[in-house]
Design a protein around this ligand. Structure first.
Ligand code: KIV
Length: 278
């Protein structure tokens, strides 16, 4: 499969063909996602929570994002890779340019994602004009969840819904290539999708968006600290892995593993001489 280009992703959305996006943070997962045919991979700063064990995405650094982006790119050379700009790495347009440039030039990212609405439109324009494709992210924005009153659905009242519509329009007009809508009512996501000219990628935003994104660890049941309402667990890998590890431990304790099948043999003559030479 060839890597999808930005025009191809936009064309999919205009034809009503859904865009799939999943997070990945490492080489083997990226390899599986590419083989499975996912359209785009997101190296999300959810990395901080589902892989590094932090309580939020705030502690994630540029060094973390770069390290994991390189691994994902090695695993999925033919997939469009979007990478999150971590907390405070885009506080000024100049910071944004330096850090986004690093993720693209050194990490091999195809685009960067940043959280925020109208306040970040100028940064989106600045990056876009500098040749850096940007994906926006509005609604529940985890990096600033404290200011939003926690991990809550956004845009439920009229003012909130109007503000998100304006945010979406501002980010689209600023030149973003796609827009992630997180934890907002489905009808609002549908209205935003109809009003802007770039694909919307929903997570907890209903099924009228141009595409969907989920955190890989949520999808396969590898993160159980909390499971948001919008997550569908397609597998429970944590249970399966625990079972495999328990079986391994038991077989080692009982000297069942390694069996001959997993061991190397020594020629009889070498063995005899080895003992004879003692
Ligand atoms: O960091 C992330 O994984 C994200 C998705 C939840 C969209 O931003």
């Amino acid at each position: 499969m060839e890597k999808k280009s930005i025009p191809e992703l936009k064309a999919m959305a205009s034809k009503g063909e859904k865009i799939t996006m999943l997070t990945a943070y490492d080489y083997p997962t990226a390899k599986i996602l590419e083989k499975a045919g996912v359209d785009t991979i997101l190296v999300g700063d959810s990395l901080g929570m589902v892989v590094l064990g932090y309580d939020s995405t705030v502690p994630v650094t540029m060094a973390d994002m770069l390290h994991h982006t390189k691994a994902v790119r090695r695993g999925a050379p033919n997939t469009f890779v979007v990478v999150d700009l971590p907390y405070l790495s885009y506080a000024t347009p100049q910071d944004a340019l330096r850090n986004a440039g690093c993720l693209i030039q050194q990490g091999g990212a195809d685009a960067v994602k940043l959280e925020g609405g109208q306040d970040y439109a100028a940064t989106v324009t600045f990056l876009t004009k500098s040749g850096i494709p940007v994906v926006g992210h509005i609604g529940l924005t985890p990096q600033t969840a404290t200011q939003l009153g926690g991990f809550k659905v956004q845009g439920k009242d009229l003012d909130g819904a109007k503000k998100l519509l304006q945010d979406a329009q501002a980010i689209a007009q600023a030149g973003a290539i796609m827009l992630v809508l997180e934890a907002i009512p489905s009808a609002l996501a549908e209205k935003i999708t109809n009003e802007i000219n770039i694909p919307t990628i929903g997570i907890g935003a209903g099924n009228k968006c141009s595409g969907q994104v989920l955190v890989f660890h949520d999808l396969v049941g590898l993160f159980d600290r909390f499971v948001p309402k919008f997550v569908k667990q397609y597998e429970n890998l944590a249970e399966k892995i625990e079972l495999a590890v328990k079986q391994y431990c038991q077989e080692v304790k009982e000297s069942v593993f390694p069996s001959e099948q997993h061991s190397f043999s020594l020629n009889e003559e070498v063995l005899t001489r080895l003992y004879g030479d003692k």
